[in-house]
Design a binder for this molecule. Structure first.
Ligand SMILES: [Zn+2]
Length: 428
């Protein structure tokens, strides 16, 4: 009786075509030029074969196999999907403290999560197929929910690597300055003491944090030595406890560090990535190289907020630009990061960051690598994303011009595929 039922089920499946559908769908992309993320030279007339969600072969020339759906990008430049290693999907711009406070005080977390889903869609349509989202700015663990909804195919968006709440000691992160009678929301998880640090890491990881982020410093100022200094947030033993606990349970650590003191403290603690890093000195640049720590400069946000914040902020752009040139010369691993959310998702395309890297001294191919191979390495996903080659996920974008001649072409992505699925194609 049981066997007969199974037989019926099998013939039903065969009739409905469900068994046939198990053969992965094959797509062949004909690329006019392919910048694969690995080689310096584009490959002309490349044929990329995709089965299901993976790239199975990349060949110069050749014909698409029988039965494959062909996507003709023969007049376009094809690249690996972009990776932004510093985003805030739950934030909508915060030039001033008032902009920031208003979001935490007047918007519910569900409302912010709806905007986050919209932001994920914007990012994907601009060619960003992966993002490291470095804290929710008071929206608790809503980044984990956005990531889950994307992974389940409920909403379109990039592959998300999330940091949840981030950490700073009591009194060193907004909201600040309100009456002591009010119990205000916190932009981060307030964390104090070594035990508190370990507990916070465990709590965040238990709710889905892929990365741990903490704020190494605040209050940035130029000293008589001309160096950009800052007030360090955590005691050395607290910062070390965060890093040790994260590492023990397999999570890398990102540190917000703008002034030289904050950067030095983060490097002492043993973090994996330095965020912003405006105040990098020659000595600190050498330490980045020695300790193999990534630098995520986030130039777009620095330029965007400078005028509105005034004070030292405009000068900090120049300080960072000088550090960038030195870091590039000394071989620091620079990974693409914009801090989008610090500027509104709806106003600027994250891909603007590429043009600053070229203005600051990178060749276009070097700038492209920051958002492909280097960012994939930072994520520990080099074996899965960051280049167009056999075995990688089919995360592929295309532009109609030549980004090696004009880097701003990357701000006009016209084709987006993520995980083998086409989300945008204006090159038909
Ligand atoms: Zn940020």
């Amino acid at each position: 009786m049981k066997n007969r039922n199974l037989g019926c089920l099998l013939s039903l499946l065969l009739l409905s075509g469900a068994v046939v559908a198990q053969t992965p769908r094959r797509i062949a992309i004909r690329a006019g030029h392919l910048i694969d993320g690995k080689s310096d030279q584009p490959i002309a007339n490349a044929l990329i074969l995709i089965e299901g969600n993976k790239i199975v072969s990349v060949t110069p020339g050749g014909s698409p196999p029988a039965g494959a759906d062909v996507i003709d990008l023969s007049r376009a430049t094809v690249l690996p999907g972009f990776i932004d290693a510093h985003t805030h999907i739950l934030l909508q711009g915060d030039v001033t403290a008032a902009d920031y406070d208003e979001q935490l005080l007047k918007q519910s977390t569900p409302y912010r999560a709806i905007l986050a889903a919209r932001n994920a869609h914007i990012a994907l349509s601009h060619g960003f197929t992966a993002m490291r989202d470095l804290e929710t700015e008071g929206a608790m663990y809503a980044d984990v929910d956005v990531k889950t909804a994307i992974n389940r195919g409920e909403v379109p968006g990039p592959r998300m690597f999330v940091a949840t709440r981030a950490m700073a000691p009591t009194g060193m992160y907004p909201l600040l300055g309100y009456s002591w009678e009010l119990d205000m929301p916190h932009g981060v998880q307030p964390v104090d003491g070594v035990d508190g640090a370990r507990l916070a890491v465990r709590q965040q990881v238990s709710h889905g944090a892929d990365w741990i982020k903490y704020y190494s410093d605040h209050a940035y100022f130029y000293g008589p030595d001309g160096i950009l200094h800052s007030h360090v947030n955590f005691r050395a033993d607290e910062a070390r406890a965060i890093v040790e606990e994260a590492r023990r349970i397999g999570r890398p650590v990102a540190a917000h560090a703008i002034g030289s003191d904050g950067i030095a403290a983060a490097l002492d603690a043993g973090v994996d990535t330095i965020e912003h890093g405006d105040g990098l000195t020659d000595e600190l640049i050498d330490r980045l190289v020695q300790q193999k720590v990534y630098w995520v400069p986030t130039v777009t946000v620095s330029v965007y907020v400078a005028q509105g914040r005034a004070g030292n902020w405009p000068k900090m752009i120049e300080t960072q630009r000088a550090a960038f040139a030195k870091a590039l010369r000394k071989g620091v691993k620079i990974a693409f990061g914009t801090d989008v959310g610090g500027f509104p998702w709806t106003e600027l395309n994250q891909a603007r960051e590429f043009r600053y890297y070229v203005e600051y001294g990178m060749t276009p191919i070097e700038a492209i690598r920051t958002a492909t191979t280097t960012a994939a390495e930072l994520l520990g996903w080099s074996d899965r994303i960051g280049s167009v080659e056999p075995g990688k996920f089919a995360d592929i974008v295309a532009v109609s011009g030549d980004p090696l001649a004009d880097i701003t072409e990357l701000e006009h992505v016209r084709f987006v595929m993520k995980d083998g699925v086409v989300y945008r194609n204006e090159l038909k």
